[in-house]
Ligand binder design. Structure first.
Ligand SMILES: [Ca+2]
Length: 262
């Protein structure tokens, strides 16, 4: 196991730790997509959500900084989706480092979207009219910042990051919620697993925008927040990463947003 771990960590560190922005996909994983016994709801499998208010914030940093207004409040997952939750909905657990309460990883953007679709189709969710989806990149950064304008949700001091995030020299992902939350009670926005967002990757718009959803098309999807192997700088609130939708690795995870169609 140590050999396996050192090999995969080494590979990840070489290929990903620079949070490179053009990544070739590994072989497609084979999995059983048919859950044996579906749960009834997201709450039923322990998912928690926090209502994030509408508002205006500065997205990005330096010459990419621009004003974004989100006109609708949204329910943001308090935690990254765990392996236990993923397995109950999807019928498989693709993670390289197994742990029921660890964030699921080895998940592509396509896998994450399929999870959201299946979660929305659970009986109580359909009855309630709840729709689950990935956060937009703007929603993700707004929720991560939680009203702050600093490099991290707790300030600018990189040496404090260890109080809020699993990152850097940690050997593997850790159970969700093990570090301090941000001011809006969201955990692991910095570090642990990188989180897929809904948007295609593209340059930010010039000037103020309202409810942005990214480019209409593209080749790569955005992920945010950095991962358990990333340097502190790659875990900043404004740090962006992206990869093709079929890409996954040992730090590819996600959290979901819940919205109502009623
Ligand atoms: Ca994270």
């Amino acid at each position: 196991m140590h050999f396996f771990k050192s090999v995969v960590v080494g590979l990840v560190a070489v290929v990903i730790c620079g949070c490179d922005r053009s990544q070739a996909p590994p072989p497609v994983a084979t999995s059983n997509p048919t859950p044996v016994e579906l749960p009834e709801s997201a709450i039923g499998i322990g998912m928690e959500f926090k209502l994030i208010p509408a508002g205006t914030f500065t997205m990005g940093e330096d010459d990419e900084a621009h004003e974004v207004t989100l006109t609708q409040p949204f329910q943001m997952g308090v935690h990254e989706v765990t392996q236990a939750q993923y397995e109950q909905v999807m019928g498989n657990n693709p993670s390289g480092f197994k742990g029921a309460h660890d964030p699921v990883e080895m998940v592509s953007w396509t896998n994450a979207v399929e999870f959201c679709h299946r979660l929305s189709e659970l009986p109580k969710e359909k009855l309630a009219g709840n729709l689950y989806r990935l956060p937009t990149e703007a929603e993700w950064e707004y929720a991560c910042r939680a009203g702050t304008t600093t490099k991290y949700s707790f300030g600018d001091n990189e040496s404090d990051l260890g109080n809020y995030a699993w990152y850097g020299d940690h050997g593997d992902p850790q159970p969700v919620g093990g570090r301090k939350p941000n001011e809006w009670s969201l955990y692991d926005m910095h570090g642990n697993v990188r989180e897929w967002c809904q948007d295609w990757q593209g340059d930010y718009p010039i000037g103020a925008v309202t409810d942005p959803t990214g480019p209409a098309s593209g080749s790569s999807r955005v992920s945010r927040g950095g991962g358990w192997y990333c340097r502190a700088a790659n875990c900043r609130s404004a740090s962006r990463n992206w990869a093709i939708p079929s890409f996954y690795n040992l730090s590819s995870g996600f959290r979901v947003v819940c919205s109502s169609e009623k």
